[in-house]
Design a protein around this ligand. Sequence first.
Ligand code: PMP
Length: 371
Amino acid sequence: MTAPDPVAMLSPCIRGLEPYVPGEQPRIEGLVKLNTNENPYPPSPAVLAAIADAARDERLARYPDPESTELRQAIARRAGVGLEQVFVGNGSDEVLALAFFAFFQHAEPLVMPDVSYSFYRVYARLFGIEAALEPVDEALRVDVAGLAARARQGCAGIVLANPNAPTGIGLPLPAIEQLLAACPQRLVLVDEAYVDFGGESALPLVARHANLLVVQTLSKSRSLAGLRVGFAFGQAHLVEALARVKNSFNSYPLDRLAQAGAQAAIEDEAWFEKNRKAVIDTREGLALALEDLGFDVLPSQANFLFVRHPRRDAGELAAGLRARAVLVRHLRGPRIDAFLRISVGTRDQCARLVDALREILAAPDGATAAG
Ligand code: PMP
C-alpha cells in the first residue's frame, strides 16, 4: 500500500492557505506584555463570582443554552435594542467568520481597506471570497470615498474596523453612512473591537439600515480576552442568518462559564467605565512620552498606539525591547513595516516601555540589544 499524499488529502482551498498569526503569549517572568491589545486591568470581580456559580454542582454536566439568551438579553438591555437584534459568538473572531460565511460569498469582490485587521483577508481566502483592497492614504487613514466608489462598481459587501487596526484611527458616523449608501444591496460589516476607547459606534444606525452589522467584543474594554466572547448587532434578519450558519456548525459556541461571566461583565457598568477611562488617560500620556522620544504617533481612538521612529528600524526596536522583557508587535507588511503597534498598559508598564526605548535610542543604530 502506498502512503497517502498528505497534500492531496487536503481540501484544495486549504493547500495554500496562510493562517492568521496571533501575537505570542510567552511566559517570561516580569514581562511587560504590550503586544496583543489586551486590557492591562483584571475583569470585574462579579465576572469571577458568576463563573464560579456557573460551575457549581452538576451544572457543567449539562449543555449550555445554545442561544445564550440571558447574555443576549443583558447585551440588548444595555444597548437599548431587542433580543432579536443581538448575536453572540466565541470571540468576535468567530462572529466575523460566521458573518463572512453568511454574507460575503458572492461573485463580486469584498471591499476593504488595504491596511486593516489581517484576519479579514484570511477569512476571505478560507471562504473563497475575492478581496478588493482600497489603499489607505499616506497618513494611513481609510479612504472612505475610495471604498464607496469601489463598492458602487459592484461588491460582495464592505468590511472595515472602526477604529481601524492596526492604526487606531477612527471614522465618524457620517463616513459609515456614506459606505452604507454606496452598498445598499450588500452587508456593511463594521468591526468595533476597539470602539469603547473613544470611537463612535454605528449601533444607532442599525435601526435604519437593514444591511449594517456592528461587531463588538468583550476581549478589550471588558478585560475578557481569555473568555472568548464577541457579539453583533443587526436587524433581526441578519441575526437570524448568523444563527443559521452557527447552528449548521456548532450549536454551543459559548460554554456556561463564558455566558455567565460575560453577562456579569456587561452588567458591571462602573468597572467598565473606570478601566476604559484609565486606558484612555494612559494612552494620551504615553503618546506624549513617545513623541518626546522622537516617534511619529498616529492619532489613536483604540487601546494601542501605532508609532514609527523616523531614524530607527522597527524590527530592531522590537528586538531591543524584547531583550528588555518588553513585548510590542511589529507587524510585517507593505506600508506598515516601519511601525510598532504598542498596546496601552498600566502606567507602570508604559513607564517601563518608555525607559527601555530611551535606553535603546541612546545607543547607536544596530546596537539595540540589551547588555
Ligand atoms: N477585530 C479586531 C480589529 C481585532 O484587533 C481583534 C483582536 N485580535 C478582533 C476583532 C478579535 O477579537 P476577539 O476574537 O478577541 O473578540
